[in-house]
Design a protein around this ligand. Structure first.
Ligand SMILES: NC(=O)c1ccc[n+]([C@@H]2O[C@H](COP(=O)([O-])OP(=O)(O)OC[C@H]3O[C@@H](n4cnc5c(N)ncnc54)[C@H](O)[C@@H]3O)[C@@H](O)[C@H]2O)c1
Length: 375
């Protein structure tokens, strides 16, 4: 088994999450080689410091990411930078012959995404994936399991979403995620929607049409010097889609918000079917509620999903699963696919990322033109 030598570009929250996952690889009880971070790159010298202090064994620290691509001791690159940089960086990584995992949304818009996906097709020898960890939550796994086992009967409706309150304080200072130039025209959708749409796509749901209501609620925020500056991204988005799963056609609501009173961080999915229904939300992360029809009675059952990961870990089934556990599982899936080509669950594929962009682009057109957009 080969060593998996990584370069990391972008050393903010997600760059650090990767370093944290890599450094607790012993937590996994499976024979999957650990990622080794060989080089790191970020925009400023200051942002390199945490890695110098916290991660042993890194050989290259640079503010010029192309220096990492020139190194023969780096096989794969993880990109965790602002969305406007995804396209150029991904193309450079692939052209340098390195495996790639780039954070969602995998390009700032559909055009950037298309360029990345087309370049990836030219390099079938490289493993290319988009990072999104929520499908590795045990509750999400149970929902996917129900799709695979066809337990819903005819599907009547799906409601899904990701509700945050990260921006509920109107005086929170601006950052790159609150600007169209760096975060993209999708706004909140580029940040949160891929994490939830992947559930539908992975389950085999196809979206046919989209009607969107997008809201920019806070128009200005304090800039670096305290003066108010424009905050021009969509804060909240509600997509009413028509979708199908096999023969079943139904409405699917997708709600993503950064200003969701009462919901600090709620990733949820509800599927209603003629024979069975299921509800899962990270607000009650250990519980999945499932209803099955028993004669005239409809009985909701609470299942305690506990710590039931895709890849076994030292934590037993009665533990509680969290955000960083999902990230560790996602990385295990990436490394498993790379090294053994038999992942128990794949990370988001370029094709799945492309389909997310298709839906989000339709939402932008719908908002602009006030109409339903067919895909
Ligand atoms: N999977 C998740 O749950 C999750 C959560 C948050 C963010 N994200 C995604 O991760 C990515 C990064 O988000 P974040 O929250 O870590 O952002 P962040 O602002 O915390 O970090 C961004 C990093 O990019 C670096 N950077 C900027 N320009 C650069 C350049 N030219 N070269 C190298 N580095 C550069 C910055 O120095 C910073 O370290 C985005 O795509 C975002 O959508 C994913």
């Amino acid at each position: 088994m080969r060593e998996c030598r990584f370069g990391v570009v972008g050393l903010g929250m997600m760059g650090k999450e990767f370093a944290s996952a890599a450094s607790r690889w012993v937590h996994l009880q499976e024979d999957i080689p650990a990622p080794k971070i060989v080089g790191v790159s970020s925009a400023t010298e200051k942002s390199l410091e945490w890695f110098r202090r916290s991660v042993p064994g890194i050989k290259a620290f640079t503010t010029e990411y192309r220096q990492l691509l020139a190194r023969e001791d780096i096989d794969a690159v993880y990109i965790a930078t602002p969305h406007n940089l995804h396209r150029g960086m991904c193309l450079d990584v692939l052209r340098a012959g390195k495996h790639l995992i780039c954070e969602k949304p995998f390009g700032i818009d559909a055009e950037a995404n298309r360029a990345i996906v087309e370049e990836a097709r030219k390099h079938p020898e490289l493993l290319v994936r988009c990072a999104s960890q929520m499908i590795f939550l045990p509750g999400a796994r149970m929902v996917l399991e129900w799709f695979r086992e066809r337990r819903f009967g005819r599907i009547l409706q799906i409601k899904m979403g990701f509700k945050h309150s990260s921006d509920i304080n109107p005086l929170k200072p601006i950052n790159w995620k609150r600007r169209v130039e760096t975060n993209g025209e999708y706004g909140v959708m580029g940040d949160l929607a891929p994490h939830i749409l992947l559930m539908a796509l992975r389950a085999g749901v196809e979206v046919e049409q989209v009607y969107a209501d997008l809201r920019n609620i806070v128009h200005t925020r304090p800039g670096p010097d305290g003066q108010m500056v424009p905050c021009d991204t969509w804060d909240n988005a509600l997509l009413l889609t028509r979708a199908h799963w096999g023969e079943d056609e139904f409405p699917m609501e997708v709600e993503v918000s950064r200003i969701a009173p009462g919901s600090p961080n709620d990733w949820f999915i509800e599927v209603y079917g003629m024979q069975g229904s299921i509800r899962y939300s990270t607000e009650d992360a250990n519980a999945v509620y499932a209803a099955e029809i028993r004669g005239v009675e409809q009985v909701w059952t609470k299942y305690e999903v506990g710590y039931t990961p895709v890849y076994r870990t030292v934590t037993g089934p009665l533990g509680t699963f969290g955000f960083s556990d999902a990230i560790l599982q996602m990385w295990a899936a990436y490394l498993d696919q790379w090294q053994r080509n038999t992942p128990k669950e794949s990370c988001m594929t370029p094709e799945e990322a492309r389909r997310c962009h298709e839906i989000l682009t339709a939402a932008l057109i719908s908002q602009r033109e006030g109409r339903i957009v067919r895909l």
